[in-house]
Design a protein around this ligand. Structure first.
Ligand code: SF4
Ligand code: SF4
Length: 376
């Protein structure tokens, strides 16, 4: 980042940004409040953002609270990630219609208008990079993901506060976004002026930034932005010691820790549904009662279900302990072997949205304790 190119845009001068993106053909998707949570949905203007709200998060707990200011981005990540935009939870693959003795097959249109992610956090951009490797990084490119991902514009927001279950600092994915965006904003609320430090990282980002009224960033602006990100970095709600974590998980394939966690785990699949990197799917064929019409759909699936490993003679992972062990071992160990990185970006969603508050960072700590090595 070249600090000389950073500009400051006031709260009022940021107002046109969603419209500028829409004018360029993007569907603008950003944080908004629905059913007492901050989710990602189509937004028309800055007024659709959760202005003046924050989120309190802990194991199995999530609450929205009013802030004492009018911050646009004064919260962390909610139950949605960008996964659902590029890898939808339910996709129609094709339909079949009986027509006399023939059957006609039709596939839905694959085109999808380009999307602008508005307010993407560093951990979630790291997750998008991971999903890019999964869906686009091998010989078998996923056409559904590729179509939706193509041309996406990203407005990142550097976090200036951390949530109660965040640990991106441990996973080295945040709180500052370092890549995968066109524009990045740092929200500055102090010094009597609500403003944003704007960084552009692409030609199209610069083209849009040039259309916002701005001034050069002062040394005070830059210091305030650095202090905000540092505040987030030093106030993470969780920590994960990643030292030797891949081999730690492999060494504990037979640990009693898995039985202990299975006593609490409900196999509800919440952790995998909210995880921004989990990508497993199943395929279902459904026909109507007349048997004239059928369709095939691709749906998110989870390694926590019994049916996930169902082979000819039954399921391979019949116990909850084996399913939890598989999930955490894939996330933190075998993902490295498969995709060259951790499968966890430290967003904390699986901790917040687990109904019984199972905490991935604590479970790793229990393995370390069981081994008599360092404390979590
Ligand atoms: S495993 Fe949990 S903390 Fe890690 S990326 Fe998935 S939801 Fe986030
Ligand atoms: S760890 Fe929690 S969220 Fe995941 S399946 Fe078990 S009970 Fe559900």
């Amino acid at each position: 980042m070249d600090e000389k190119t950073l500009r400051v845009v006031t709260r009022a001068a940021l107002e046109p940004l969603p419209g500028l993106l829409r004018d360029r053909g993007f569907t603008v998707v950003g944080p908004t409040i629905r059913e007492a949570a901050i989710v990602y949905d189509e937004i028309e203007s800055l007024a659709d953002l959760p202005i003046g709200w924050t989120d309190e998060q802990g194991p199995g707990g999530y609450r929205l609270r009013r802030r004492s200011d009018e911050a646009l981005f004064g919260y962390n990540v909610g139950p949605h990630s960008w996964k659902g935009r590029f890898h939808p939870s339910d996709v129609l693959l094709f339909q079949a219609q009986r027509n006399g003795r023939d059957v006609e097959f039709t596939a839905p249109p694959t085109e999808s208008p380009p999307v602008a992610l508005f307010g993407a956090r560093a951990c979630d951009l790291a997750a998008v990079a991971i999903q890019d490797r999964v869906f686009l990084g091998s010989a078998s490119i996923d056409p559904i993901y590729a179509t939706r991902r193509r041309g996406a514009f990203v407005v990142a927001v550097h976090c200036t506060q951390a949530g109660g279950t965040c640990f991106c600092e441990s996973m080295r994915t945040g709180p500052r976004a370092t890549r995968g965006f066109d524009l990045a904003l740092t929200e500055l609320l102090g010094a009597g002026e609500h403003r944003f430090l704007v960084e552009n990282a692409s030609e199209r980002g610069a083209e849009i930034a040039d259309r916002l009224a701005s001034r050069p960033a002062s040394s005070e602006d830059l210091a305030a932005a650095r202090a905000g990100v540092e505040r987030a970095r030093t106030s993470m709600g969780r920590k994960l010691d990643t030292d030797g974590i891949r081999d730690l998980l492999y060494r504990h394939a037979e640990s009693e820790v898995w039985d202990a966690v299975a006593h609490r785990c409900l196999s509800c699949t919440n952790c995998t549904m909210v995880c921004p990197t989990c990508f497993c799917t199943t395929v279902e064929d459904v026909s109507d009662l007349s048997r004239e019409h059928a369709e095939r759909r691709r749906l998110w699936d989870s390694c926590f279900t019994l049916g996930f490993t169902h082979l000819g003679s039954g399921s391979v992972r019949t116990s909850t302990s084996s399913r939890y062990r598989h999930w955490i071992t894939h996330k933190l160990a075998s993902w490295h072997d498969q995709f060259g990185s951790s499968g966890c970006v430290g967003c904390g969603r699986c901790i917040t949205w687990c109904p019984v508050g199972i905490d991935i960072t604590e479970e790793v700590g229990r393995l370390r304790e069981a081994e008599g090595s360092r404390a979590p």
